[in-house]
Write a protein that binds this ligand. Structure first.
Ligand code: OXT
Ligand code: ADP
Ligand code: MG
Length: 581
């Protein structure tokens, strides 16, 4: 559309007019966007106001990264793009971390940022918050667009929506220069320029021969294994996924955010025998899970003898195949269609895996469960991770619809193992990047998008990245209970400054800090607990009342390990003087 299509207001004194602000809001509404997460300011304050006036829920955060994380997880939970609205340069950059993280995790999201005047930015003449935002965003997201003419707003938003949710979902950047928002055009022409996206994420059917090949490989397995990833959770094909697992009788391991697709207590879950099944399986079917670092790239010691494994991979992204190891049977398509096709092929006469395989898994599971039970049974004082997590495990068992948000290092790794999930998409965590700071944004959006109560279990360091959003949680009265596992530091709270100087160790925080008072400062409920009983009472009260609550749970500063379960990824200098924890 050329600029000639944008007519100045003065020529239309009599005609009904619209402008960029209204067209953006109408385009979002037309496409079913009901919530915007963001931070107001120049040049998008009025855009937010107008959106709110016209019935969109606009949630104002204290920092764009948290608003962006909220939008990203809204996308994961709903399969519709979560929208984050920010101001130019600094606000945009704050939101960009969340956009990149969404893209990395395959969550559909749109970051809409206001920007400065193109003419000034391109000549680098020093405009207010000058930055070539489109160029900065492009390498960090799935697609990036800029709209220059009001008459193109409809098509720009349509492109952003389709790019975010079709194929492999991801983050999209949409650049809206300040001047665009004020552009005026004929209202009827504006209405006609809007686009309602039809079938934004079309089914992608797998080729029948790829399904047949996968079933052949699976049928020939002596020690088959299914790995469910967060792509499987995203796909919302819950009944078929469960039927596929149960009809084949194949043991499965859920990746962290796929926990609950089948209840973690399911007899076929091999989560508690993870090392055994990764090493000893002969055929592994990945459904919506990548062979990235979280799965040791599908090779090495963890995966047993070289050449002992054949992989089947179900994924919507063809280029994911053979990314790390050879995929013997790629099945490319959307998980709903692929799993339905696999299920049809499985039929009613599928032979379950040999008992030798399932018995070996059961034996290993029993060992690990017994080991965990003895840890859970200890009543350590001060609390260690397991004594605190035991009661949180019970909270989720009693309230399987509640959403668990989880971040930290030890707080993350121990909670993942201890807290069973019973329903799909109820566990939200640090994802592919292991990023700290998703906590309060995820918690707020989970409450808003699902209407369920949220339990956020976060390390004291992790909490600090988004902690100011407890004000947001109080302001909107969200049913979020935050439990801060307070061990006085990153990984541990007993670090020592190796120089012997007065500064604290780099992993230490103020000992005995009272995070509960932050929630009280904004009118929420604060609690300070030192025993499992106190913790259970405080969490039960919060989950029953739905009042914004922060529980400061004191954890033994010496209970954690450096980097949690992934200490192997933390390089250590052989030359440095030993210090710290
Ligand atoms: O089979 P085996 O025998 O091996 O046993 C396994 C299972 O079978 C068994 N298991 C069970 N047994 C019994 N019962 C049950 N139910 C059961 N379930 C499992 O248990 C073992 C282990 O099982 P698991 O966990 O499944 O297996 P494993 O081997 O651990 O799996 C490997 C992984 C890689 C899949 C898994 O470990 C994983 O998903 N890890 C994710 C790790 C991660 O992402 N960590 C976060 C990043 S750490 C670090 O980077 C941090 N930073 C730096 C930083 C970051 N991240 N971001 C930003 C923006 N800036 C800086 C910081 C600052 S963490 C951090 C803060 C930390 O401090 P906090 O105060 O917040 O937290 P605390 O540590 O608490 O102080
Ligand atoms: P996890 O961290 O749980 O292992 P990953 O984020 O690594 O999961 O992998 C998710 C995978 O799921 C990605 O490769 C992505 O392309 C895929 N995916 C996402 N949504 C769908 C879908 N609807 N259909 C098929 N594949 C999907
Ligand atoms: Mg800590």
């Amino acid at each position: 559309m050329s600029s000639a299509a944008v007519e100045p207001a003065r020529d239309h004194a009599e005609a009904e007019l619209t402008d960029g602000f209204h067209l953006v809001v109408e385009a979002l509404k037309l496409n079913g966007i009901r919530t915007i997460y963001g931070v107001p300011g120049i040049p998008i304050t009025d855009l937010g106001r107008l959106a709110q006036a016209s019935g969109i829920r606009v949630i104002s955060f204290r920092h764009e990264q948290n608003a962006g994380n909220a939008a990203a997880i809204a996308g994961f939970l709903t399969k519709a793009p979560g929208v984050c609205l920010t101001v130019s340069a600094p606000g945009f950059l704050n939101g960009l971390v969340a956009l990149a993280n969404a893209t990395t995790n395959c969550f559909p999201m749109i970051l809409i940022s206001g920007s400065s005047e193109r003419e000034i930015v391109d000549l680098q003449q020093g405009d207010y918050e000058e930055m070539d935002q489109l160029a900065v965003a492009r390498p960090l997201c799935k697609a990036a667009y800029r709209v220059l003419h009001a008459a193109d707003i409809g098509i720009g938003i349509a492109r952003a929506i389709r790019a975010a949710v079709s194929g492999r979902p991801g983050g999209v950047y949409l650049d809206l220069p300040a001047k665009l928002l004020g552009q005026v055009m004929d209202a009827e022409a504006g209405r006609r320029s809007l686009v309602k996206v039809i079938d934004p994420a079309p089914a992608q059917l797998p080729a029948p021969e790829s399904v047949a090949r996968a079933l052949d490989v699976l049928r020939g397995a002596e020690k088959p294994l299914i790995i469910l990833g967060k792509g499987a959770a995203y796909a919302q094909a819950d009944d078929d996924i469960r039927a596929l697992v149960e009809k084949t009788g194949i043991p499965y391991v859920p990746m962290s955010m796929a926990k609950g697709l089948l209840p973690d207590t399911h007899p076929q879950s091999a989560a508690a025998a993870r090392s055994t099944v990764l090493a000893e399986s002969d055929v592994v079917m990945l459904i919506g899970a990548r062979l990235n670092w979280l799965l040791s790239h599908g090779k090495g010691k963890q995966w047993g003898a070289p050449g002992s494994k054949r992989f089947i991979q179900v994924d919507i992204e063809p280029r994911e195949m053979d990314s790390n190891v050879e995929i013997a049977a790629p099945v490319v398509g959307d998980i709903g269609s692929c799993v339905a096709a696999l299920l049809r092929g499985v039929g009613d006469t599928w032979q379950p895996p040999p008992a030798a395989w399932t018995d070996a898994i059961t034996a290993k599971k029993e060992q690990n469960v017994a080991r965990m039970a003895s840890r859970l049974g200890r009543n350590a004082m001060p609390m260690d991770y397991h004594s605190a997590l035991r009661v949180l495990r019970d909270v989720i068992k009693e309230r399987p619809d509640a959403i668990l948000v989880n971040e930290g290092a030890n707080t993350l790794d121990q909670a993942r193992g201890v807290i069973d999930m019973y329903r799909p998409r109820k566990r939200l965590d640090v994802g592919t990047w292991g990023v700290m700071g998703i906590g309060m944004g995820f918690a707020a959006a989970a409450a808003i998008e699902t209407g369920q109560k949220v339990l956020a279990v976060v390390g004291d360091s992790a909490f600090g990245f988004s902690g100011m959003e407890v004000e947001t949680i109080c302001r909107y009265g969200l049913p979020v209970c935050v439990v801060v596992f307070n061990n006085d530091g990153i990984y541990r709270g007993d670090g020592v400054n190796p120089s012997g100087g007065a500064d604290p160790a780099i992993t230490m925080f103020v000992p005995g800090a009272r995070y509960d008072r932050m929630m009280e400062a904004f009118g929420g409920v604060g609690a300070h607990v030192t025993t499992p009983d106190e913790l259970k009472r405080a969490v039960d009260a919060a989950m029953d009342s739905g009042k914004p609550t922060l529980i400061n749970a004191v954890i033994d500063p010496a209970a954690g390990t450096e980097s949690g379960n992934i200490g192997n990824l933390n390089p250590k200098s052989a030359l440095a003087k030993k210090g710290g924890a």
